[in-house]
Design a binder for this molecule. Structure first.
Ligand code: FES
Ligand code: FES
Length: 161
């Protein structure tokens, strides 16, 4: 029996609703797989230590940090990136970000949008404090938090009453 370490494996998953099958190095994290292997560069990589949240994607519906998940851990799963998140609610959030000037350099914006979209699933409208708490894992190096919270709050008010 061989004792050689396994270097790569064939990964099968859904990405933004499309079946993907390709070999991947077992040490590659999901964010690099999405960006470099699939060209989905809306998923950003900042700290690679789970701190900044720029690499946020949805894995089987749950928001996760793409730099803390190995691509092979997503085998058989469904992944959604910002590129696959276009719906009416996301359009409303994006319009509010634009209106409130909530995107400066834009580096944190895709992940902020994906994380904020969670709040629109809630039956009740979150308070400003709850919005801040929910977005607290996503860092904005431009420190645009006030405008970001304004934009999310306005979207929640428009969609949730
Ligand atoms: S790059 Fe993943 S949390 Fe910063
Ligand atoms: S808009 Fe620049 S990092 Fe947030």
């Amino acid at each position: 029996m061989s004792t050689e370490p396994i270097e790569s494996m064939t990964l099968r998953l859904q990405v933004n609703g499309e079946a993907v099958e390709r070999p991947v190095a077992v040490r590659r994290h999901l964010a690099d797989f999405l960006r470099e292997d699939l060209g989905l560069t809306g998923t950003h990589v900042g700290c690679e230590h789970g701190v900044c949240g720029a690499c946020t994607v949805r894995l089987d519906g749950r928001v996760v940090r793409g730099c803390l998940v190995l691509a092979v851990q997503a085998d058989g799963a469904s992944v959604q990136t910002i590129e696959g998140a276009a719906d009416a609610r996301m359009a409303a959030l994006q319009a509010a970000f634009h209106r409130h000037n909530a995107a400066q350099c834009g580096f944190c914006t895709p992940a902020m949008l994906l994380t904020a979209a969670d709040l629109l699933d809630r039956p009740d409208r979150p308070s400003r404090e709850e919005i801040r708490e929910h977005l607290s894992g996503n860092l904005c190096r431009c420190t645009g938090y006030q405008a970001i919270v304004d934009a999310v709050e306005a979207t929640c008010r428009a969609l949730q009453g």
